[in-house]
Design a protein around this ligand. Sequence first.
Ligand code: SF4
Ligand code: SF4
Length: 178
Amino acid sequence: MPRPSFLDEIETHSGVTVSVCYQCCRCTNGCPVAGDMEIVPHRVMGYILSGEREKVLASTSPWKCLQCATCSLRCPNGIDVARVFETLRQISLASGLAAKNDIAHFDDLIIDSVERHGRFAELETIMRYRLSKRQFLKDAAMGLDMVRKGRLGLSSHNIRGRKELGTIIRRMRGHQDR
Ligand code: SF4
Ligand code: SF4
């Protein structure tokens, strides 16, 4: 059977040899968020092996990954699973498949905020997210309560060096073809 091109794509981008995975599940058993993932880590690896490109790239699993690297440390074959998940995020953004995914969309707005302010402006980002989803009043009561308690700032402060940081972020985004 020929090697799936998706497997080649992931191995080339990540520098990780996924093909030695023998589906032992140790990565999934150690993952702190596996219970919340649409496709658990060892199955993600399995789908890469069998070339299920769209299924993996459109899933929310890469976006739920915390990059804690427990999976990479536990893998008996030395597969850097965390690096593979990071690569999946980059490819799903570049291929446009992440656009179907709310977590990726919110993540994108956070990076936007850091590009403009040098930091994550929480309230502004949450409002932009809700507006883009046309959910104008969702969580408004909770947000007001958090503002009242000082847990959420009303203004967005800019840090020194934000222009330089913005240049780095734009370069990274260009690298991801967005
Ligand atoms: S721990 Fe390694 S070999 Fe086992 S399923 Fe996960 S990636 Fe594959
Ligand atoms: S790096 Fe991601 S996939 Fe791996 S154990 Fe941590 S959260 Fe799970």
